[in-house]
Structure formats: structure tokens, C-alpha cells
Design a protein around this ligand. Sequence first.
Ligand code: ZN
Ligand code: ZN
Length: 260
Amino acid sequence: MGRKITPTAQNYAELQAAYDHFNQALYGGTLPTCLITLQREKRTCGYFSSQRFADLDGQTTDEIALNPAYFAVVPLVETMQTLVHEMAHLWQAHYGDPGRGRYHNGQWADKMEAIGLMPSSTGKPGGQRTGDRMADYAIEGGSFLMACAELITRDFRLSWYDRYPAPEVVAAGQESEGMHLSAAVGGGSTPAQGIAVAASLVVRPVVATATTANRSNRLKYACSCGQNVWGKPGLRLRCELCESVFGITNLTEEVDTITL
Ligand SMILES: [Zn+2]
Ligand SMILES: [Zn+2]
């Protein structure tokens, strides 16, 4: 006794606790366990890969990967949103019909909406509901935000953060929908801005201003009809073709590798 839990065990235990919580709260505890991994694939918050691992006894399990580069610089609610988004893919792989490759179909979109996450190609209101590259935003008063609030009251935290987040990751976090949500659900600020994390420990936590903006911290904006533009943080753009507002896609782009 008295021995400190290792960072590895602590990190994965926290992620597993979040998985178990949302499984109970949003999926009635019906989801099988999976193997949660951490990876830094560029511009990807997370992905789901069906039956990705096998053990020596011949059992298989799914993979949900999360990108730790985002943990400190997006609101906690956004990280939980990524987890629950990937859990919706896991649900569909076991109980639904995922369809082809990376396409997020109508059944997936219906499930997301039912658990309190609105699918949107831009991550903002007005985006498309289905597609290859999909994001989502939390529905006010929905099950997802209620489940987040419950998790926060249990002093849930992700203890370990990447100290060297890329500037575009920081910028995307600052402009995420989660920044407009309350602290009670894990929104409004990022862990890097909180008192729990010494600011000096997170390198480059501040969004570069327009004058110091360079190629590396440009953001990718997308509209509802699929046009993409790159530009500095803080741009307000409207598409003349579909008349929708462009939203940032850097934060929300994610790859789903559905294996057979
Ligand atoms: Zn458009
Ligand atoms: Zn997805």
C-alpha cells in the first residue's frame, strides 16, 4: 500500500470510467467493452475501428482511439463528445448497419440525435446531417449534456495532458462550440486555462493573433455544400452557393477506419 498509481494506469482508468459512465447513461449499458487507445493522428480527435484487436485466445474487440493533443486545449465536454461520437459508431457496428466505409449514415445520425448530439458536417448549426467527414454539437437540454453534468459532479478529470499542443489545435479549441457551454457540463474553458493546470506547464496555450498568424495555425473552414477554405482564426464567412455559414473543421475532422 501507499504506492502511487502509475500514470499509464491512471490515464486509462479515467478514460474507461468515462466510457462506462456514458455507456450506462446513454446506451443503457448495452455496449460491449473495447480497447481505448491514444494516438496523435493529425487533425483527428478520434476514430473507431471495428474488431481491430484480437487476443491470443482468439477473442476480438473494437478500438476507440482518442487524440491526447486535444485534451488540454479543448473544453472537457468536447473530449467527452468525441468519445461518445465514437461510441455511436461502436453501437452501430454491433446493433445497426454502418453501411460503407467512412460514411456516417442516417441511422448513425438518428442515434446521435437521440442521445443528445446533433450531427453536423461543420460542427455548427446548419451543417449536413450525414457524410464522410462528420462532427457534431451538443443539444441543449439533451441526454448527452445531462450525462456530462453528472460526470462533472463526480469530480471526473483527465489528469494527464500533452504539454506541446500544435497552434492549430489550440485555435480550434478556442473556437469550439464547447466554449459556449457552462462549466457544469465541462464547457466554457479549457483545462489549460483552469487552475488545475499550471499555465507554465502547457506550452503555447495562447491562440496566435492575426498579425503573428502563419501557415501552420491556419484553420480549415467548411460550409454545408462542401466548399473548403483555409484562413486565420476568427474569420466569419458565408457561402454564396448554399448561403450557409462556414464552420471550422480542424477540430472536428475525424477518421473512421471501419475494418471488415
Ligand atoms: Zn456552400
Ligand atoms: Zn465518426
